[in-house]
Design a binder for this molecule. Structure first.
Ligand code: PEP
Ligand code: MN
Length: 336
């Protein structure tokens, strides 16, 4: 249950009420100008002693609360820049591209040049890589963040980059425009809390073993701390199928569109794990009216230090972007 407290109630009083009711205390004017208490969704009736403090309240079916369409039936607008809003009432789909890992400056400059020719505004690249083996390339760390930031600023691009664990979350927050929480970090409460306690935008990837309910509840950790700027990313889930790396859950995308009010991005690269399917899956996802596509692209994928099999070349990316642009009017979307 989400309870909007009367705007006359100050912080100390709201905090005491939160403690009494084991509720989370939230403040964000996008939702309500006063303080907000969130109780478990199991609470179906407003506790009597809260009636005098409550301006209004919403009863929710499950612990998907702030992200639920039953709480707010319009898609959240996540503002990255004045003219770069992901989600909201517009019909834009934003392309985000770049390598799996930042490897060196020349590589990022090549991708930045591609972004400029393709009118792409957001560049990606991982600097802290959550690898399956400790013997694989782990990322350039802070040096990588500095390269990304420098090249992005020189080309008027925005940066999305991932945080692997809570030890470097502040460095990522400082250098990124969109903080990516990777699939393996979806349950890392240190990261979720740090992202909730600041206001930069967060792209939360679905854990590959997570249900949709668990996925959106992870987003609730960020939202309930007062950061409304959360984007959900479907990136494939583990199924019995071994021929592809994961299985892109487009049914899940439909479910999220129907039940949740957060913008949705699809990452086809990690889902299929091979470059041959990235363009088709991008077009299929684009046709569903999603808010963004996160696509891995490397100047020379065969020598990439991570995810070599799935990264597409700049030429492939340009062809894909052209085909999406052709599709856009037919599905009532604008490709950005
Ligand atoms: C990535 O984007 O490079 C990545 C590691 O993705 P995921 O967390 O979805 O595996
Ligand atoms: Mn990758």
């Amino acid at each position: 249950m989400i309870v909007h407290l009367k705007t006359t109630i100050g912080h100390d009083e709201a905090k005491a009420l939160a403690q009494t009711h084991q509720a989370i205390l939230t403040q964000n004017a996008q939702w309500h100008t006063g303080f907000i208490l969130t109780l478990s969704s199991k609470v179906k009736e407003l506790p009597v002693d809260l009636t005098q403090y409550a301006e209004d309240y919403v009863v929710l079916d499950s612990d998907i609360q702030f992200a639920s369409r039953s709480y707010q039936d319009r898609k959240a607008a996540v503002r990255i820049a004045e003219d770069l809003v992901i989600g909201g009432e517009g019909n834009s789909t934003w392309l985000m591209t770049g390598p799996c890992s930042v490897e060196n400056k020349a590589q990022i400059e090549t991708i930045a040049a591609l972004c400029k020719t393709q009118d792409v505004r957001i560049i990606r690249g991982g600097c802290y890589k959550p690898r399956t083996s400790p013997y694989s390339f782990q990322g350039l760390g802070l040096e990588g963040l500095q390269i990304l930031r420098e090249v992005a600023d020189a080309n008027d691009l925005k940066v999305i980059t991932e945080v692997r664990d809570a030890s470097h979350v502040q460095d990522v927050i400082e250098h990124a425009d969109i903080i990516q929480i990777g699939a393996k970090a979806m349950y890392d409460h240190g990261i979720l809390r740090a992202c909730g306690q600041q206001s930069k935008s967060v792209l939360l990837k679905r854990g590959f073993n997570s249900t949709l309910q668990e996925f959106v509840q992870a987003a609730e950790f960020i939202l309930s701390l007062g950061n409304p700027n959360v984007i959900l990313c479907e990136r494939g889930i583990r199924t019995f199928e071994k021929a592809t790396r994961f299985t892109l859950d487009l049914c899940g995308v439909s479910w999220l569109k129907e039940h949740c009010n957060l913008p949705i991005v699809v990452d086809p690269s990690h889902a299929i794990g091979y470059r041959f399917g990235v363009a088709d899956l991008s077009r299929a996802s684009f046709a569903m009216g999603i808010d963004g596509l996160l696509i891995e692209c490397h100047p020379n994928p065969s020598v990439a230090k991570s995810d070599a099999a799935q990264q597409i070349t700049p030429e492939m990316f340009s062809e894909l972007a052209a085909s999406l642009r052709k599709m856009a009017p037919g599905i009532g979307r604008r490709l950005k």
